[in-house]
Each structure stands twice: as C-alpha cells, then as structure tokens.
Write a protein that binds this ligand. Structure first.
Ligand code: UD1
Length: 423
C-alpha cells in the first residue's frame, strides 16, 4: 500500500492550477446516463472515484473510454438491455454510486441499487432520495439489501426535503428532467455542484430553473441529448491548498480557484489573519506571521463546508489561542483528531464540537488516514510539523486529490510517495 512521506517546515511558494471538482464530476458522469447520445466530459480530475464511477457506468452497459487523462466519453446507448443495477461492491466503496438511481429510473423505468449502509463519517441514510423519487411516482421495494425502483414513466410532483441533502437534491432533480409534467422541489441543497449539474442537464435539453436557490422547478422533457462539457474547478481542493499555503507562511497563487464558490472558506481564512487576494488568474494566499484563532461551524452551502472542517482544524492548531470547531452535518467527522493528537495537537472533543488550543508545536509522526478529508488534514499538518510525517492508507486521499504530492512538491514541499512494496 502506498504512503506519503513529508518532511515539514518548508514554506510553499509559487503557482498551482486547481483541478476539476470531484463532487461535480461524479454527478455529471451519472447524468450522462440520461442522454440519447454520448457525452464528452472534460476537465475531470484524474481520481480513483471518477474511475470507479466510469467502471460502474461501463457495468451498466455504457461505452466508456478515456480520450485523455482528464476527458471521458460516455455513450449510454448500450444500457437499455443491461442489468440496471449498482452492485454492493461498488456502492460500498463509493456512496455517490446511489445517484445512478434517478437517471436509471427516469430513462429506463427501473433501477436496482445496493443500499449504501454506514460509512466512516456516519450513518448517511438515503431516505430523502427515496421519498423524493416516490413523490415522482416511483414504486420502491427493499430486497436483500437492495432498493428496487420501478416506474413506467415518472410524473412531475411536489416534494419538500425534510433535510438539506446534496445527493438527494441531485438524484431527484435528474429523475425529474424526463418526468411527464412539472416538478417543484423545496428545501433543496444550494451547493455549486447542484448548480453545475443543472447547467449540464440544461445543456442536454432539460428545463431546470432555480438551481442555486432553495427551490428548484423542473419542466419534464421527452429526451436529452449527449453534449460536451468542462467541469468546474474544485473549491475543496483549492481550500485545502490555501490552508497549506497559510500555515507554512507561504505565498501561493491558486490558479483558476473558484473564488465565487469559496466565500465562507475565504471569510474564515481572513478571520484567521490569512491574506486572500482575488487576482485575475485566481486566488493568491499569503500566510501571516501570526494566525488568529477561529470559530467555525459547518453548514449547508453557502455556509462553511464540512469538507473543509478537518483542514481548518490544522489551521486552528497553528493559531495563537483557542479555537472552536462544530460539525453539524455528519455525526462522526472528527476521526482526524486522535491522529493530530499523535502529532502533538491539543484538541478536546465534546459531542459535535472540538476545542483546539494553539499554537501547537506539531511533530512528525506515523499517522493513518481514515477518510478523504481527514487524510488531507494529515498531509497539511505534515507540511508544518517538525521532522518526518508518514501518512498511511493513502487510498483515501487518492479518492479526492489528484497526486497531491505532485501538486505540493513544485511549491517547495518536501513530500514523496512510497509505493507498493517499498512502502
Ligand atoms: C455530498 C458530498 C460530500 C459532502 C456532503 C455535504 C458528493 C459526492 N459528496 O455528500 O463530499 O461532505 O455532500 O456537503 O457530492 N441525509 C439524510 N437522508 C438522506 C440524505 C442525506 O439524512 O436521504 C443526511 C446525511 O446523513 C448527512 C446530511 O444529510 O448528515 C447531508 O448529506 P448529503 O448532503 O446528502 O451528503 P452527500 O450528498 O452524501
């Protein structure tokens, strides 16, 4: 198994280009199922999750091919006679697989999708996805750990989400594009990845309005056409690299950073004293002499993103004073805390809040990645820690960050990957 080895203490300086957004890419890959012809998706990040989604689409009968490292062509014309099933082994490695449900049901009249079960960061049910699809006329049964959905043709309906869910909003929105009549969805997620998916679907011929607000209306159409599309830049990758620049007291230009999607992250960085300059080419981040403590509470967009919480904890560890971080989206998302404690971090968790006392003199240690964003926080911590940090179970990191060591090394970080037998 690969591991990442970091010798901390080097300030990061220079330019780095932000990759395509993983969470937008995965959903757009699912949406390609809805078309009558092939889609060509550009600016996809080269990540294991994107490849896993490609494999699932191929399993469903799509003709999937890589045009180059960041471009995938998906032709769904072979799906009709296929299994229409997302199997357990795929769903358990990548939860986003459940969002093939809406497109399969809308386009092919049925779907069989493994229930995801819990994952490292919490229970993560899909009740809202199912209730929303039911409101469009889906018949739903549970069979041996699988959800089986059926509908001759979905019909437009009204649905108010009990809880703001990104995946739930996207799944039901995709299904509604081909329903007969108009659908109104309330209390939907407003994340940029929802807006991006709506933009993509509208380019295919869908009629969606309101994406980016809390009410979305979809006028069903009879068919959608394959298109070419370039995916938006990743606000979480940009935020993670911003923290790395800030805590190493560096000066980094995040080229193409989607600053319009990063207001909450930038506001908290500035509160901590980090200088963030919006420049024509992207976001320039300059680490301050003194980092100030922060209070952060995760919220649905446009609030502070849960996917940045672990990385901000490292910023808080470098701050002069006491910070408070509250996690309100997922119930078990502090798994990076014991690992950061092994590096010398002073963090006390009480329920869904963590009190962080800085500044910590972080020391290099061997640490274990437990989930995607937790592993990013450990890499970032390794960049400021004294001595050598070894991050193990790097496969979590590789799900969401494209060769992170190759992004950080040109900026001056002493970081390398030891692969396979050498690790
Ligand atoms: C997406 C992102 C993930 C991010 C999360 C929150 C993708 C591929 N992943 O995940 O990186 O951390 O949004 O911003 O885009 N919930 C229910 N019932 C449901 C659905 C969700 O109770 O039917 C709960 C979840 O357990 C969680 C909360 O709602 O507590 C938010 O989850 P949701 O927004 O659905 O997250 P994902 O779409 O899975």
């Amino acid at each position: 198994m690969d591991k990442i080895v970091i010798e901390g203490g080097q300030p990061l300086n220079g330019n780095v280009r932000i990759n395509g957004a993983k969470n937008a890419a995965l959903l757009i890959q699912c949406a390609a199922l809805l078309g009558d012809t092939a889609c060509t998706l550009r600016h996809l990040p080269n990540l294991s999750d994107v490849r896993t989604m490609g494999k699932l689409l191929a399993y469903l009968g799509c003709d999937v091919s890589m045009v180059d490292t960041h471009t995938m062509r998906i032709d769904p014309r072979g799906v009709r006679d296929g299994e229409l099933e997302a199997p357990y082994d795929t769903v358990k490695t990548m939860r986003a697989s459940v969002t093939v449900m809406g497109p399969l049901l809308a386009r092919y009249g049925r779907a069989r999708v493994s229930l995801p079960g819990g994952c490292a960061i919490g229970a993560r049910p899909i009740d809202q996805h199912l209730k929303g699809l039911e409101a469009l006329g889906a018949e739903i049964q549970l069979e041996n750990g699988y959800v089986v959905l059926q509908a001759d043709r979905l019909r437009g309906g009204a649905f108010v989400f009990d809880k703001v869910t990104v995946g739930g909003t996207q799944n039901v929105m995709m299904a509604a594009t081909l329903a007969k009549g108009t659908t109104r969805l309330e209390n939907v997620a407003r994340e940029p990845e929802v807006e991006e998916l709506a933009r993509f679907l509208n380019k295919m011929g869908a009629k969606i309005s309101g994406a980016g607000t809390s009410v979305i209306e979809i006028e069903g159409v009879d068919n959608l056409t394959g298109i070419e599309h370039a995916v938006i830049a990743d606000r979480i990758e940009a935020g993670t690299l911003a923290i790395a620049a800030a805590i190493t007291r560096g000066d980094v230009l995040l080229e193409d950073a989607p600053v319009d999607h990063m207001h909450a992250t930038i506001a908290k960085l500035e509160e901590a004293g980090v200088e963030c300059r919006v420049e024509p080419d992207g976001l320039r981040v300059l680490g301050p002499d003194e980092i100030r403590p922060i209070d952060v509470s995760t919220r649905p967009y446009p609030g502070f993103p849960t996917d940045m919480q672990a990385q901000f904890m490292v910023l808080a560890l470098c701050a002069n004073g006491q910070s408070l971080i509250t996690e309100t989206i997922f119930e078990n998302r502090f798994m990076h805390v014991p690992e950061l404690a092994r590096m010398g971090g002073d963090v006390k968790v009480n329920g869904n809040s963590a009190v962080i006392r800085g500044p910590s003199n972080l020391m290099g240690a061997t640490v274990m990645a437990t989930d995607l964003r937790a592993s990013a926080s450990l890499v970032v911590a390794g960049l400021v820690a004294q001595g050598v940090t070894e991050v193990r179970r790097v496969y979590h990191l590789d799900r969401g960050y494209e060769c992170i060591e190759e992004r950080l090394r040109p900026l001056g970080a002493r970081i390398r990957r030891l692969s396979g037998a050498r690790a």
